[in-house]
Write a protein that binds this ligand. Structure first.
Ligand code: F6R
Length: 609
């Protein structure tokens, strides 16, 4: 979603702003813009489309300046067009914003009555006029921003510059991410660290309700009421190479192929021990995990699918009741809380607005034992949980989540083992065998990636289709859901997933020779039942693409294509069976020529409700 970069320095900051925007492109956007101050005053440039188009405008106009703000916009209020692109301007002020101002209509009405002219359809423009209005009475720039944001409802991260105060920027956050970058002669702000590692690794993460004034080489933070606060400085560990594409064609391809390393890094904390330590989830985890009576998993999208797989593991291996909720639904439904619940939130970004709000909701209902599984150590979600597991997938740039998903599953399997252990459901021998299987995951994924040539061939057959059905059973049903989600989001083929036994209760009506049916068919206790379900498809002329595994004895025949995964992986097979589905979606999208890393209408970090 929208990305912000801002800088105040003693040199031209335009290249820093543009490079920062380029690094934030992965978040998803449809227009870009910047504003800066030079000796002749305030300048604004905006363009619809990619950052490269804004860069061309910048080069043509030769603008340069030492104080500036820049933005990539993912449209919420108003279509993507230059008029709606940020920054928005009012009386010599320029504002960029990430989030949604929920009371923008009433503010707009009030500001219009006061004589302010609106030139866009955005909610952001009210922020610009509101600050300009407050400046008429406020003692200084920072106070004016504070007075303005005190009137906002909703979520925001903003950066503001003022033509008449060229050596200063003001930023603020409430519900959308924002951090500061520090160096001796400059100060920066951005939506995430990837935009700033080009210039500094010294970061300060703002809390909700913080407002900061940035000057060359110094800054101060206050709360909205003006009370000064200090926030700790940290050193970003993000490596510049991790966010480069290298020799890959797309980030999604890179991230699929990084999975063996991502898993190995995530599992590194196990060391070589034959037993698993509850402390991997945090210092207090042994006490807390020993007393919880049930697990509630909350997440969105792909992370939600990881939760659905985990439910099977938690109930069958750890013997603990588990429910899984879509965050955006959970926060608005009446539920029956049990204070002895372990609330597990799962998120790649740790900034998903619905997941964060659902966690607050669960806490407000009296559930205080919370654990998050997250890929971004500095994210809001991690800061909201006392128990946490940081997956070490490295930055995930492609909008379609891949390596984050498999590392989330690895973390959830470790949680299952720890809960099984503290509940005395795992003896020493079983524990050692489980850890052996877990440590084998990176190798097992690497072997599956070798199947790419065959999957590429299948992708050719798929590319002309308009619809696809994905089938799975048991813990592989969520994997079928994830396969369908991957295919639809990057290839735009309509895809649905069903538990295979449900086919005859409705979806079978859709099956004909134009409907490819993809089956996740590991050699487990449900295989024979699944085979019967597949016969039902074949009898209606449906074309079957079956992902089987060792010894499953599925034979290729007319209308049935079978791809054999090299081993059978027992309980962990769900984690491995998703990999060919990721590759399938990727290759179908390639054949169809879609924008694999930035599929239309989608954003990587969903920081609005
Ligand atoms: C799909 C995808 C999304 C995310 C969802 C939650 O490929 O990436 O469905 O999984 O938006 O995001 P996080 O995990 O960052 O909370």
């Amino acid at each position: 979603m929208c990305g912000i970069v801002a800088a105040v320095a003693d040199r031209n900051i335009v290249p820093i702003l543009l490079e920062g925007l380029r690094k934030l492109e992965y978040r998803g956007y449809d227009s870009a813009g910047l504003a800066l101050i030079d000796a002749s005053g305030l300048h604004r440039l905006r363009s619809v489309g990619r950052v490269i188009e804004l860069t061309a405008q910048v080069e043509e106009s030769h603008v340069a300046g030492e104080t500036g703000i820049a933005h990539t916009r993912w449209a919420t209020h108003g279509v993507p067009c230059e008029r709606n692109a940020h920054p928005h301007i009012s009386a010599g002020l320029a504002v960029v914003h990430n989030g949604i101002i929920e009371n923008h209509e009433s503010l707009r009405g009030r500001l219009k009555a006061l004589g302010y002219q609106f030139t866009s359809d955005t909610d952001t423009e009210v922020v610009a006029h509101l600050i300009a209005h407050e400046l008429k009475t406020a003692p200084d720039f920072l106070s004016a921003v504070r007075q303005a944001i005190a009137q906002l409802q909703g979520a925001y991260a903003i950066a503001v510059l003022r033509e008449s105060d060229p050596s200063r920027l003001v930023v603020a956050r409430e519900g959308a991410p924002l951090l500061l970058g520090l160096s001796d002669d400059a100060c920066y702000a951005a939506s995430d660290a990837s935009a700033l590692v080009q210039v500094t690794r010294r970061m300060v993460y703002l809390d909700n309700g913080d407002c900061a004034e940035l000057m060359r080489g110094s800054y101060r933070i206050t709360r909205v009421n003006g009370m000064p606060v200090e926030r700790p400085e940290s050193e970003s560990q993000l490596s510049a190479e991790a966010i480069e594409l290298g020799n890959y064609r797309h980030y999604m391809q890179k991230e699929i192929f990084e999975q063996p390393v991502a898993l190995a890094n995530t599992l590194e904390m196990l060391g070589s021990a034959r037993s698993i330590q509850p402390g991997i989830f945090g210092a207090e985890s042994e006490t807390i995990l020993g007393k919880v009576q049930q697990v509630l998993i909350i997440a969105c999208g792909t992370s939600y699918h990881a939760g659905l797989v985990a439910r099977y593991w938690l109930e069958s291996i750890a013997g603990i009741p588990c429910s899984v909720e879509v965050a955006s639904e959970y926060r608005y439904r009446d539920s029956v809380p049990n204070p002895q619940t372990l609330v597990v939130t799962i998120s790649q970004s740790g900034e998903t607005a619905d997941t964060l709000a659902a966690l607050q909701h669960a806490k407000a209902l009296g559930m205080q034992h919370t654990l998050c599984i997250c890929n971004v150590p500095e994210s809001s979600l991690v800061r909201e949980n006392s128990l946490r597991f940081i997956t070490r997938a490295g930055p995930e740039i492609g909008v379609a989540s891949t390596k984050a998903f498999t590392t989330q599953l690895a973390a959830l399997y470790l949680l299952t083992l720890v809960l099984a252990k503290v509940r005395q459901r795992l003896d020493g021998l079983e524990e050692a065998a489980e850890l052996y299987a877990v440590r084998h995951l990176p190798m097992a994924v690497a072997k599956i990636l070798e199947l790419e040539p065959q999957i590429r061939e299948w992708a050719e057959c798929f590319s002309m289709k308009q619809h696809a059905l994905f089938l799975g059973r048991g813990r592989h049903y969520p994997i079928a859901m994830e396969g369908a989600l991957k295919l639809k989001e990057i290839s735009y083929i309509h895809a649905e997933a069903y538990p295979a036994g449900e086919l005859k209760h409705g979806p079978l009506a859709l099956v004909d020779r134009d409907m490819p049916v993809i089956a996740v068919a590991p050699n487990d206790a449900l295989l024979e039942k699944l085979k019967s379900n597949l016969q039902e498809v074949r009898a209606r002329g449906g074309e079957l693409y079956v992902f089987a595994d060792a010894d499953s004895e599925m034979k290729e025949s007319n209308g049935i294509q079978v791809l054999q995964l090299p081993e059978h992986y027992g309980a962990l097979s769900a984690l491995l069976h998703v990999v060919p589905l990721q590759l399938l979606a990727y290759h179908v999208a390639l054949v169809r020529g879609t924008d694999v890393d930035k599929p239309r209408n989608l954003a990587k970090s969903v920081t609005v409700e």
